[in-house]
Ligand binder design. Structure first.
Ligand SMILES: NC(=O)c1ccc[n+]([C@@H]2O[C@H](COP(=O)([O-])OP(=O)(O)OC[C@H]3O[C@@H](n4cnc5c(N)ncnc54)[C@H](OP(=O)(O)O)[C@@H]3O)[C@@H](O)[C@H]2O)c1
Length: 270
């Protein structure tokens, strides 16, 4: 990060330049069917610095055929990966490991805020233990399982990035409104798990920068029911959010591992 906290001033340059990497980038995006995840895959594919994108999704049929041209020439490799199942994550890692001996960039873009029987709580009386546990399973445990099974593919010494999408509402210090017990606490747990992971990776893979990122409020299915109070200029398109996040990832440098950054490169307090 530069002194303003911005990712090397690349926010307006357009396209992922992968300047921090000294080789063509092989990336894994988990949650490639999501609003932000699919935009990340697209932007990575637009970059001439990226050779391969492994696109992970829990339903393979929703990933296959999404990027037909790049899939035909092998630049996109669909991978079935359900972060709620360790067996699935392990199988996915075995598949990817059979297709490449190295990953340079791993992005967890999965997440759960609401679903058919999952609604963010406004008050304690709405707390459902199953929702709380499901949120932890997807938002906290899932990204760590990806780390457990995929970090072996990151280079030991050279620069690499392991990033998970968190949310500012997972900051404990920033919590003044309350509510959203399950989502907030599962993102806070993700932040802590990532911090521990960064400490361990600093010893075993010192070139790996391991961070959590807040994408801003992004116009996706996840935020759709909660967009009414958001000013238009503060609601990012998935394309813009992906470009901003990639710029932050590309701007990471020494001392940035184990930290929590917003879409503009600003460091967020835990
Ligand atoms: N949108 C925002 O305003 C906003 C704000 C702050 C933080 N974030 C964070 O950004 C990340 C991406 O959010 P988004 O807005 O892109 O949401 P989204 O469009 O709902 O995408 C969520 C993704 O997570 C995947 N997913 C859910 N459960 C999974 C599982 N068990 N295994 C594998 N994949 C699973 C979904 O797969 P399916 O397609 O199969 O359902 C989908 O690809 C999340 O971590 C979210 O918390 C978003």
């Amino acid at each position: 990060m530069d002194e303003q906290g911005h990712g090397g001033g690349r926010l307006t340059s357009g396209g992922f330049e992968a300047r921090s990497f000294d080789r063509s980038v092989r990336a894994l995006v988990v949650g490639a069917t999501g609003g932000i995840g699919s935009a990340l895959v697209e932007q990575l594919l637009e970059s001439s610095s990226v050779s391969t994108v492994f696109a992970g999704g829990r339903h393979l049929d929703r990933v296959r055929g999404r990027w037909p041209e790049q899939e035909r020439d092998g630049r996109v490799r669909p991978v079935e990966l359900d972060v709620a199942s360790e067996a699935s994550v392990e199988r996915a890692a075995t598949q990817v490991g059979a297709e490449t001996d190295r990953l340079d960039l791993i992005i967890n873009a999965t997440g759960l805020l609401h679903a058919q029987h999952v609604h963010p709580e406004k008050r304690l009386s709405q707390l459902d233990p199953e929702t709380l546990l499901q949120s932890f399973r997807i938002n906290s445990v899932g990204p760590l399982l990806v780390a457990k099974h995929f970090v072996g593919l990151l280079p030991r010494r050279e620069h690499s990035v392991f990033a998970s999408l968190s949310a500012r509402v997972g900051s404990i210090g920033d919590n003044r409104l309350g509510g959203w017990y399950s989502y907030r606490s599962s993102k806070a747990a993700l932040n802590m798990l990532t911090r521990s992971l960064a400490v361990e990776l600093a010893r075993s893979r010192p070139g790996c920068l391991c961070v959590v990122l807040h994408p801003g409020t992004v116009d996706t299915g996840l935020s759709e029911p909660f967009q009414s109070g958001v000013a238009a200029q503060k609601l990012f398109s998935p394309e813009r959010a992906a470009a901003q996040l990639l710029a932050v990832m590309d701007g990471l440098g020494e001392g940035d591992s184990g930290k929590f950054f917003a879409w503009d490169g600003e460091e967020i307090a835990w």
